[in-house]
Design a protein around this ligand. Structure first.
Ligand code: ADP
Ligand code: MG
Length: 173
């Protein structure tokens, strides 16, 4: 997949993976509504959702995180997809008082086809995804070809617990 400059129309359906995380309020249900928001956004089709995982916060205090990864097919460019993710975060009242602050909802674009993007506002593949068990473990659930065994081994020291499914996500397929 070639890299598209911002605003350039994409030329068909692209498979993309999105990491979802929440650690305030009813985090599991926040992830459910975030999945619903993705499924209902114009130009997005929900394809798969990983299991629901629970992890301790990294580099910050606060409650445990709930994490999942969703795979979508999209007609949107990567910057347009990021804008959808950020608008969805805003709808859930995301605030950024300080780095790594607890958040009601964090949506990160992990992969956009095979594109490599390095703009001031968007880096794809997501630059920290290979360091995070809470990204790689759920990603491997739904896209095992994208996560090598050495990549998983590199994060195996990070505790992560599967706690079920994102409630009701199949309703949004
Ligand atoms: P983090 O997710 O690393 O905790 P934020 O969600 O606050 O941090 O994101 C900060 C900025 O990261 C956003 O304003 C966005 O422009 C930028 N960014 C760069 N690449 C990506 C990406 N692949 N997915 C999501 N945000 C990204
Ligand atoms: Mg983010």
């Amino acid at each position: 997949m070639p890299e598209y400059p911002p605003g350039h129309p994409s030329r068909g359906w692209v498979t993309a993976q999105v990491a979802l995380g929440a650690n305030l309020g009813d985090a599991a249900h926040t992830l459910r509504y975030a999945v619903q928001a993705l499924a209902q956004a114009p130009g997005l089709r929900l394809e798969k959702v990983s299991g629901l995982y629970r992890t301790a916060p990294i580099g910050a205090g606060g409650p445990d995180y709930f994490n999942a990864v969703a795979q979508v097919a999209t007609l949107l460019t990567a910057p347009a997809l990021l804008a959808v993710l950020q608008a969805t975060e805003q709808r859930f009242g995301r605030e950024r008082p300080y780095p790594n602050a607890p958040r009601t909802l964090d949506l990160d674009l992990l992969l956009y086809g095979s594109a490599h993007i390095g703009s001031p506002t968007l880096t794809v593949p997501h630059p920290r995804m290979w360091q995070r068990a809470f990204v790689l473990v759920p990603l491997a659930d739904i896209a095992p070809d994208l996560v090598s065994d050495p990549a998983l081994a590199a994060v195996q020291g990070q505790p992560i617990e599967r706690v079920g499914e994102v409630p009701g996500w199949q309703l949004f397929l």
